[in-house]
Design a protein around this ligand. Structure first.
Ligand SMILES: Cc1cc2nc3c(=O)[nH]c(=O)nc-3n(C[C@H](O)[C@H](O)[C@H](O)COP(=O)(O)OP(=O)(O)OC[C@H]3O[C@@H](n4cnc5c(N)ncnc54)[C@H](O)[C@@H]3O)c2cc1C
Length: 586
């Protein structure tokens, strides 16, 4: 008899889940706790499968915390005639807006057109003197709206030069002719992944982070499970499952190699770097801005996100997949384009933080195409040994990717028309959200929380923010901010230990919260405080606590060194030479 795993997702539950995984035989083992793996676990669990999910580092520690955070169809795919991909993503955008209304929000995108623009948004042709480009873009955006059908957010509209400058006063005015505003949506990628993990757990999935698949077990040439290294408990276990799904993104070829199978497609990771800036420095309002044309024929986005603005992204080749970093060259490329389109003169000193990740692009093994042009479509592969691998796609289409993957399993099990429960499955924190918002504001205000904190709690946890307010009600000091200019409060640290399986300071500050991105000091000034709270919750010894601190500091300092940017100095101790296994792998 299978036991349902109940929330919360604490460290104790993690240990219990691993023991359960060792004892039980599962229907589905999902490898990878990014947005795709989390989506597969939820889809399979919602169809009634008994599911286990293991993640080698932390949930969303791979590409799923490094995106531009857009839930979008992708206007740049239109000039490539990738209409099916755009339509699919626009439908998924609509599904997410309904299923996670607190976490996914519509956002306007200002698209300026300049005299001298030749290939804005990647239009493959140019017109004499740029005449008629506005018309072409208008038609493209009309098509974009039409492809979304009933799921469209709002219709795009034309904007005069004056209107654009009113909404984006720092846009370079010289040569600015006209423009458009169109609509997409945005989210917090790491929080979306965490919410999926929690929803999957609620549907009975047994989940553990810091659990790495190192080998497969098989019988008669068919995979029957996987060998897993518990990186915290430092032990090995075997998980048995009827189906094994490889949802490891850029690592999927490595995992396939473990199964001894050469897939017909190749994953071609392509690095994307973002800068995080203060919104005030670039006078960014509530709308995002599209920089329509770069030297390498791409588009760049400046997007208001959480308390800051994010700007990106680059699209360059591969490197160390476990440690993507922004280099000085990446930063220079982005700053040059920002200063070209905005009448600001930003330097490296204006950068709050940077982040880098690898896109899991797929190509045929023989393809010679540049990754900038590779399609973002996804593919479900089946190896002769039975391993099911899901590759490609984007965060926006994670649900569809998961559905297509679990359909393969359902069909193997004899279902001719499998059910698709996640189409209308609200993610945790969503049910009753529209009514709960005013209660949250009332309760938060009564507890002396300011409006930015209340707004942040709602946008991060939806109705589950109530659990955080409960803690503040019992202990008012938990309602104080961790950092003066960011809306994160101490209660969130406790909550993430008890409910979201946060095991290290980096899990806490980079993914449960976005402090490493939003804070100019990347959390270095508060990490000791946070680690002390975590130590109490997780029962760390003094030695463990200082090893955790050292690992966090080493990680952040390493990233800063990679881009060689002089950021404000802080009193940082040199990292200890302690062995903190998991931070090294992040
Ligand atoms: C710069 C950039 C910008 C992007 N912007 C957007 C955007 O705005 N909108 C959008 O929709 N998409 C965007 N994307 C794409 C999107 O981020 C990715 O498609 C998505 O996050 C991939 O998720 P994933 O779960 O497949 O991979 P990952 O998030 O990388 O997850 C794979 C996981 O597998 C784990 N793993 C690997 N090996 C093992 C093992 N042996 N055992 C256990 N676990 C293992 C890894 O640790 C990792 O956590 C962007 C991507 C990049 C790089």
């Amino acid at each position: 008899m299978f036991l349902t795993i109940m929330l919360p997702l604490s460290s104790t539950v993690r240990t219990d889940n691993l023991s359960l995984m060792e004892r039980e035989r599962f229907d589905v083992l999902v490898i990878g706790g990014g947005v795709t793996g989390a989506g597969v676990a939820l889809d399979a669990a919602a169809r009634g499968y008994r599911v286990a999910l293991v993640e080698k580092v932390d949930f969303a520690s791979g590409t799923s915390s490094k995106s531009t955070k857009l839930v979008h169809g992708g206007i740049r795919y239109l000039p490539n005639f990738d209409f099916a991909l755009v339509r699919e993503a626009l439908i998924e955008r609509g599904v997410l807006l309904k299923n996670a209304p607190f976490l996914v929000r519509p956002v306007g995108f200002l698209l300026p057109i300049y005299k001298g623009d030749r290939h804005p948004v990647g239009i493959p042709f140019t017109t004499p003197g740029g005449l008629g480009l506005g018309l072409v873009l208008n038609m493209g955006l009309w098509f974009y709206d039409a492809l979304a059908g009933r799921e469209n957010v709002y219709r795009h509209r034309h904007m005069s030069r004056a209107e654009l400058l009113k909404l984006a006063p720092t846009l370079v005015s010289e040569g600015l002719k006209e423009g458009f505003i169109y609509y997409d949506a945005q989210t917090n990628d790491a929080r979306l992944t965490m919410t999926l993990i929690r929803t999957a757990a609620e549907h009975g999935a047994a989940i553990a982070n810091y659990a790495e698949v190192t080998a497969f077990s098989s019988e008669n040439g068919k995979i029957t499970g996987a060998r897993v290294h518990d990186r915290l408990g430092k032990r090995e276990l075997t998980i048995r499952a009827r189906h094994v799904v490889n949802a490891t993104g850029i690592f999927s070829e490595q995992v396939e190699e473990l199964a001894g199978f050469e897939p017909p497609v190749r994953v071609e990771p392509s690095k994307g770097v973002h800068l995080v800036l203060s919104r005030e420095a670039i006078k960014l309002g509530k709308d995002a801005i599209v920089l329509p044309e770069t030297d390498d024929k791409r588009i760049l986005f400046i997007v208001p996100w959480e308390s800051r603005a994010i700007f990106g992204t680059t699209d360059t080749g591969s490197g160390d997949l476990d440690h993507p970093v922004a280099t000085a060259e990446d930063v220079a490329y982005l700053l040059a384009h920002l200063n070209r389109y905005l009448s600001v003169d930003l330097t490296e000193a204006d950068i709050i933080s940077t982040y880098a990740g690898y896109r899991p692009l797929v190509s045929a093994r023989s393809s010679q195409h540049s990754t900038a042009k590779l399609s973002r479509t996804h593919t479900v592969l089946q190896s002769p040994s039975g391993l099911v691998t899901i590759v490609g796609g984007k965060m926006t289409t994670y649900r569809r990717m998961a559905q297509d993957t679990v359909d393969v399993l359902s069909r193997r099990d004899g279902a001719s028309s499998p059910p698709h429960p996640t189409l209308r499955l609200p993610l945790q924190g969503s049910v009753g959200w529209s009514n709960a918002q005013s209660d949250l504001t009332r309760r938060g205000t009564a507890l002396d929380l300011d409006s930015l904190v209340i707004e942040h709690l709602g946008a991060s946890y939806g109705t589950l923010a109530d659990a955080i307010l409960d803690m503040v009600e019992q202990n008012a000091t938990l309602g104080t901010r961790l950092i003066a200019d960011l809306p994160y409060i101490r209660a969130e640290v406790i909550h993430a230990c008890r409910q979201e399986m946060a095991m290290t300071p980096l899990d806490m500050l980079a993914r449960r919260m976005s402090i490493t991105l939003e804070d100019r000091h990347q959390g270095l000034e508060i990490v000791a405080d946070v680690a002390a709270l975590m130590a109490d919750e997780l029962g760390w010894s003094a030695e463990q606590q200082s090893a955790m601190l050292a690992a966090f500091r080493a990680k952040i300092e390493g990233e800063r060194a990679a881009r060689q940017v002089q950021l404000p100095t802080t009193a940082v101790n040199s990292p200890k030479e302690g062995e903190v296994f998991h931070e090294k792998a992040d």
